[in-house]
Design a protein around this ligand. Structure first.
Ligand SMILES: *[C@@H]1O[C@H](CO)[C@@H](O)[C@H](O)[C@H]1NC(C)=O
Ligand SMILES: *[C@@H]1O[C@H](CO)[C@@H](O)[C@H](O)[C@H]1NC(C)=O
Length: 333
């Protein structure tokens, strides 16, 4: 099927409704400062919606959705796996439109916490262990969203860099790292009360293999979905409520990060590493497929019109045993 330009314009109008969302995801992973390659080993979220904004992933807002685990299509393995050792310093490179230092990373309104979990691959019940978190880390003068927040004032301000260290002595094996940014700009009400609003979750998973001779096993963790509840104080939270601007209602100035506490076996604090050059492209393929209401559409852009190659319906299916990913038919970018 080839869409006419009128249809394409309608699609453009439709997709522009999503402009308010931030769409950030991980574009690359550095291990001890060495870039592993753009999109390599990353289960990049499905593109949501037709072009021209087709590479924008929409947030997950339904806390009961399987998409909260590793985002839309997060059950799909990618060909490569990044090898790491216990103690290695990882830097996740989060971006919005492009992998450059001028990219905005996440909209400045999208204040919120950021978290990193690790789970054996494949994950199951109670396998995700939190190894890093940051929420509102300082009071701030900004009138509309008082406080300094992980997503905007730390990660976006640091060109999208999120740092975490592989736990000391971690037993060799295949793991998934689930890194997450959360936008609280519409979180004054729960999604199950008002689906137009609610906290916006941007989880993204990376396939790693821990090598070495460690013996430390992960403790019991949490499940995704399952770890977050609409009744959690960090899920419904009014970021605009400020004791500086509001006198009628009491405001909570502290923020409780959702999910479990950070595992005692994780490293304390984060390590900033000097980063080498980016290996691979700094732009994404503009779009090739998208998923809406469980229908995956794959398309190509031919002479500026959208040519639909295939559609299929999609139901996430997570394996319960580890399978070696199918290698890429082409070398990684
Ligand atoms: C990770 O960073 C810490 C703190 O800077 C450093 O001591 C350690 O050697 C780094 N690990 C590796 C494997 O480079
Ligand atoms: C474990 O591995 C590290 C680095 O790979 C090595 O330095 C150390 O000697 C090894 N320990 C044992 C007990 O094999």
């Amino acid at each position: 099927m080839r869409l006419t330009s009128a249809t394409a314009a309608a699609l453009t109008a439709l997709s522009s409704i999503r402009l308010a969302n931030a769409h950030c995801y991980i574009w690359g992973v550095y291990v001890n400062g060495l870039d592993q390659g753009t999109f390599r080993a990353i289960r990049t979220p499905a593109y949501n919606g037709p072009p021209p904004r087709g590479y924008a992933n929409s947030p997950v807002k339904d806390l009961d959705s399987i998409d909260l685990r590793c985002n839309v299509l997060g059950d799909k393995q990618v060909p490569d796996t990044i090898q790491v050792q216990p103690g290695d310093n990882l830097t996740f490179d989060w971006h919005h439109d492009k992998r450059t230092s001028t990219d905005d990373v996440i909209a400045s309104s999208h204040v919120g916490p950021a978290m990193v979990y690790i789970s054996p691959d494949p994950p199951g019940e109670n396998t995700f262990v939190k190894i890093w978190e940051e929420g509102k880390y300082e009071e701030g003068a900004q009138p509309l969203a008082p406080g300094k927040w992980a997503t905007t004032e730390d990660i976006a301000a640091n060109h999208g860099h999120m740092n975490v260290r592989i736990p000391a002595g971690l037993k060799p094996g295949h793991y998934l790292i689930r890194a997450e940014m959360v936008g609280l700009h519409e979180a004054d009400v729960a999604y199950d009360k008002n689906p137009m609003r609610g906290a916006q979750f941007y989880p993204n998973c990376v396939q790693i293999e821990v090598v070495g001779n460690g013996t430390v096993e992960l403790p019991t963790g949490v499940s995704f979905p399952g770890a977050y509840q609409y009744s959690d104080p960090g899920i419904v939270y009014d970021v605009y409520c400020s004791t500086k601007t509001k006198t009628t209602a009491p405001c909570t100035t502290t923020y409780q990060i959702p999910g479990p506490t950070v595992w005692s076996g994780a490293w304390k604090g984060t390590t900033e590493v000097e980063l080498g050059p980016i290996s691979g492209p700094t732009t994404a393929t503009r779009w090739s497929s998208w998923i809406e209401r469980s229908i995956v559409t794959t398309a190509t852009l031919v002479d500026n019109s959208v040519e639909i190659v295939a559609t299929s319906s999609y139901v996430a299916s997570w394996s319960t045993t580890y399978a070696t990913p199918t290698p890429a038919s082409q070398p990684p970018l």
